[in-house]
Design a protein around this ligand. Structure first.
Ligand code: DAH
Length: 344
């Protein structure tokens, strides 16, 4: 056995001497040192030897294993470095090659407008509702009934609102005001939220109207909220969004879910108040609707209108973006023409 071992050692060392690449290192290791390798085969025979021989042959076998390991490692290091050097030399990067053009993506102007408006209201203490508070496929109950919109109101007409075939009374919501109801139901004031989202209306599409667009709804309910709070918050929003130099005005109006109601106008960006086609000659453009939450709406969601009051508002995102950037056609937002989108 000793002789066998010495032969194995001699053969292995001779083979190792001739190694010319890394693969051969692994082949030789497998052949001699692996579980099924030649050395292990011999070690299996140790059990038949006398105790004394076992010791001698065993330690010789171990010594041979170690020596082969060391010799193989040496070869491995040499060829590993050699192959790495060759690879590095061949794969040198040519820094003079011209680069590949990767067009840079941009945030859509509607998304950035929503983000901008949202963050203004966040600094004023409003938080954004979870998206499940304002689903785009909505029931008439949330879109109209709970908002005090009478059954015969023209907004409910199929001429104005898209009805679905999903189930009776299921509509594509026509306003984000549904989020008001979902934010109040089962909750106790103070409630101070904004809810951005997409709404749908059965419109003839033209430069000013599309059959879907975006709104941001706001609601603040607590003890002692007044119209003064409404004006303060909305004036502050407009000042931050449009800058100091854009005159605004509050006009009385009507919405079923607010009493009293108002509309807020901003001076026309196209003609600076002189009157033009965009503002139909008035010099003003409406940017949002607002008002004090109607007591009926509060009652409907179980909030006592004798204890609490609140204000609400709703604004059109496209409108606000068009007014800020002097965009004269709402359809530009949805055509995905890069020449338009690149400007933001
Ligand atoms: N929902 C109204 C619309 O789509 C906008 C609006 C008006 C929202 C007054 C409000 C509000 O919250 O108080 O025209």
């Amino acid at each position: 056995m000793k002789e066998q071992l010495e032969n194995i050692y001699k053969n292995a060392m001779a083979e190792i001497e001739k190694i010319s690449n890394i693969n051969e290192v692994e082949e030789i290791r497998a052949n001699y040192l692996s579980r099924k390798g030649q050395l292990n085969e011999i070690k299996k025979g140790l059990k038949d030897l006398s105790d004394e021989d076992k010791k001698i042959v065993g330690s010789l076998a171990n010594k041979i294993s170690q020596d082969l390991e060391i010799a193989l490692k040496e070869k491995f290091d040499i060829f590993y470095k050699k192959e790495l050097d060759e690879k590095l030399a061949n794969e040198r990067i040519d820094v003079t090659l011209s680069g590949k053009f990767v067009p840079q993506g941009k945030i859509h102007p509607l998304t950035s407008t929503i983000e901008e408006i949202t963050s203004i209201f966040q600094t004023l203490g409003f938080s954004v509702t979870p998206t499940e508070f304002s689903p785009e496929v909505e029931t008439e109950y949330y879109n109209f009934d709970m908002l005090n919109v009478p059954k015969d109101h023209p907004a409910r007409d199929v001429q104005d609102t898209f009805y679905t075939t999903v189930a009776p009374n299921v509509v594509l919501r026509s306003q984000t005001s549904d989020a008001q109801i979902r934010s109040m139901e089962g909750k106790n004031p103070p409630i101070r939220i904004i809810a951005p989202g997409r709404v749908y209306r059965n419109e003839n599409i033209n430069a000013r109207k599309n059959n879907f667009f975006h709104q941001i709804e706001g609601l603040y309910v607590d003890k002692g909220i007044t119209f003064g709070d409404l004006k303060g918050v909305l004036n502050e929003f407009i000042r931050i969004y449009f800058g100091e130099s854009r005159p605004t005005r509050f006009r009385n109006s009507f919405f079923p879910f607010t009493e009293p109601s108002a509309e807020v106008d901003v001076q026309c960006i196209m003609c600076h108040g002189k009157g033009c086609r965009t503002c139909s000659g008035t010099g003003w453009l409406e940017v949002l609707g607002a008002g004090m939450v109607d007591p009926n709406v509060l009652k409907g969601v179980g909030i006592d209108p004798d204890v609490y009051s609140g204000f609400a508002f709703g604004m059109g995102v496209e409108r606000l973006a068009m007014l800020k950037y002097a965009i004269d056609d709402i359809r530009l937002f949805f055509n995905n023409d890069e020449r338009f989108l690149k400007q933001f």
